[in-house]
Design a protein around this ligand. Structure first.
Ligand code: ZN
Length: 186
């Protein structure tokens, strides 16, 4: 950040009184600019024994498959955001079942929340953000063409948990791209 979003002056770095971290502070209007993690909400849409994936029409990872998910907007709940992203990216209306994975992606300052969701009908289609949308059985998942490690992990957990038909909330932590050291606990 270079300029104050309140008044346009150049910002400085410093630790505000009572704080313990460096922030961007505006010397002109006094505004302290906090930068905090952003939330990505999305769905794992399920129809029968298949899951819905979208092939990305936008960077990053254009052409690779992912679950419908995106940044929350102000004024919506995480469930609203997950449903909206699924409608926007996959043109399908889902019924949210439960929160399934909560992933802290520390090196990019993001928190990803993926909900298990039921598709009442197999109606879906491509969109501005998806070149292609399709249902996949476990055997058909394009594991080598997935866009993100976080999504690979969600799918891996899902097919494991499906054997028991139990889907506990999974907490995942990823730090500094060392995904293999991610902590996954029930
Ligand atoms: Zn200012």
């Amino acid at each position: 950040m270079k300029y104050c979003s309140e008044c346009g002056e150049s910002v400085e770095r410093g630790v505000p009184p009572g704080d313990n971290r460096e922030r961007h502070i505006c010397p002109a209007c006094g505004t302290i600019h906090y930068h905090n993690p952003r939330i990505i909400a999305g769905c794992l849409p399920v129809y029968g024994d298949r899951v819905l994936l979208c092939r990305r029409a936008i960077e990053p990872r254009l052409g690779y498959w992912t679950l419908p998910a995106g940044f929350m907007e102000n004024g919506e709940s995480t469930e609203d955001a997950a449903r909206r992203e699924t409608l926007e990216e996959a043109c399908t209306e889902v019924e949210i079942h439960s929160l399934y994975t909560l992933t802290s992606i520390m090196h990019v300052n993001q928190v990803q929340m993926i909900y298990l969701a039921k598709m009442p009908s197999p109606d879906y289609g491509p969109s501005e953000e998806s070149l292609e949308v399709a249902l996949f059985s476990e055997e058909e998942i394009p594991w080598d063409e997935l866009a993100f490690e976080t999504i690979r992990n969600v799918l891996r957990l899902y097919f494991e948990d499906r054997k028991q038909q139990k889907f506990p909330l999974r907490h995942v932590e990823i730090d500094n791209n060392r995904f293999n050291t991610a902590r996954v606990h029930d």
